[in-house]
Ligand binder design. Structure first.
Ligand SMILES: Cc1cc2nc3c(=O)[nH]c(=O)nc-3n(C[C@H](O)[C@H](O)[C@H](O)COP(=O)(O)OP(=O)(O)OC[C@H]3O[C@@H](n4cnc5c(N)ncnc54)[C@H](O)[C@@H]3O)c2cc1C
Length: 326
């Protein structure tokens, strides 16, 4: 077990009420261990509102409810979870901190996630200390997953973009353009505001230090007042299906529906579907050539349902597939 240390939050920023970024400085005069872009670290707070398993739902999933002390107050205690590092190793060498993107977990039964709620609540009253395990781990790295592919298609949904932000910032910091690989990031969240780090990613693309194309899309476009033409629409899995010339998952479900119930469910899903639309400046056939299955690898992190569908798209197109499981 790695040594536990106590870091201090030196920057905390709410991007939306359910999404935040923070930077953690290491304990005292120490430094964080060296790491590769794409890796993660375990974080802990001791003021998490605890829950306990009270049964199993009809779907077979465990049910958790708040845990109370004899005086009827919710028990508070430690929770530790892993978080992908969104800063680049070069940022950490220069400034000392690690950066994270955290989503406030919507728990079932109206319960927020235990640790994410405590991280969102950090402030003057609760303190800005975060305990960390002094070990950075994981093999979701370019060296670990890309091998001899010439083109890397990254698909990051929600905070699942964090490992890719780290990789792309590091490529920009290191690259003199000789890397030779093509990098493409499909980055999806519900709204444009939630496309964390989009400015940085547009800047990396514009800097042209290496071959990078940024393809941001939003899955709930109606919530945005005016949509930036550089941002496309649709869920990440459907955007990738569109790139590879496949129907959307919802259209596939309608085609394969065998019973009345599944046909009705498929039609309802189709009625709500946000059809995939690429950013205005991106041409689908150019993009298809760029990520051609023979020379590419698809790396993905984020929403589990999206990753499952991406895996089936990769299998249909004979594309190598690598995922980070959260
Ligand atoms: C390698 C890795 C990297 C990750 N990177 C990120 C990241 O960059 N950003 C990010 O936002 N998230 C990341 N995560 C997810 C993160 O680790 C947490 O799972 C997430 O923040 C939710 O934690 P929570 O304590 O808020 O929610 P929890 O309270 O743990 O609730 C989450 C689910 O756990 C179950 N649960 C509830 N209570 C209990 C209990 N008492 N015991 C057991 N299970 C319970 C419920 O099913 C609930 O829906 C990553 C995960 C991994 C594995």
């Amino acid at each position: 077990m790695a040594e536990r240390k106590i870091g201090t939050v030196v920057h905390k920023e709410l991007i939306t009420p359910g999404l935040m970024r923070f930077r953690l400085a290491p304990e005292g005069d120490s430094q964080f261990p060296d790491y590769e872009a794409g890796q993660y670290i375990a974080l802990r707070r001791d003021d998490c509102k605890l829950t306990r398993k009270t049964g199993v739902g009809q779907d077979g999933k465990p049910i958790y409810e708040p845990e109370y002390d004899p005086w009827g107050r919710q028990t508070v205690g430690p929770v530790t979870h892993s978080y992908s590092i969104a800063s680049a190793p070069s940022d950490t060498r220069e400034h000392g901190w690690l950066e994270f993107l955290i989503a406030l977990e919507d728990g079932v039964h109206g319960l927020s996630g235990r640790l994410s709620d405590a991280l969102f609540g950090m402030g003057q009253e609760t303190g800005c200390d975060v305990t960390y395990h002094d070990r950075i781990a994981g093999n979701f790295t370019l060296a670990g997953r890309v091998h001899d592919a010439q083109s890397v298609l990254m698909v990051g949904t929600g905070t699942g973009v964090a490992p890719f932000v780290s990789m792309l910032k590091e490529l920009k910091a290191r690259s003199d353009g000789s890397d030779g690989r093509r990098y493409t990031l499909v980055h999806t969240n519900r709204t444009a505001l939630e496309l964390a780090d989009q400015d940085t990613l547009f800047e990396i693309e514009a800097a042209g230090r290496f071959d990078f194309m940024y393809v941001p899309t939003i899955s709930r476009p109606s919530q945005d007042v005016a949509i930036d033409p550089r941002i496309g629409q649709g869920r990440a899995n459907n955007v990738v299906r569109h790139i590879y010339g496949l129907p959307t998952a919802e259209e596939d479900k309608q085609t394969s529906a065998k019973s009345d119930v599944s046909r009705v469910a498929a039609e309802l899903a189709l009625a709500r579907l946000v059809h995939p639309v690429l950013p205005r400046h991106v041409n689908v056939s150019d993009l298809r050539d760029r990520v051609d299955p023979g020379s590419s690898v698809l790396l993905t992190c984020g929403n589990p349902a999206s990753m499952t569908d991406l895996q089936s798209t990769a299998a249909r197109r004979d594309l190598r597939f690598e995922l980070e499981e959260w």
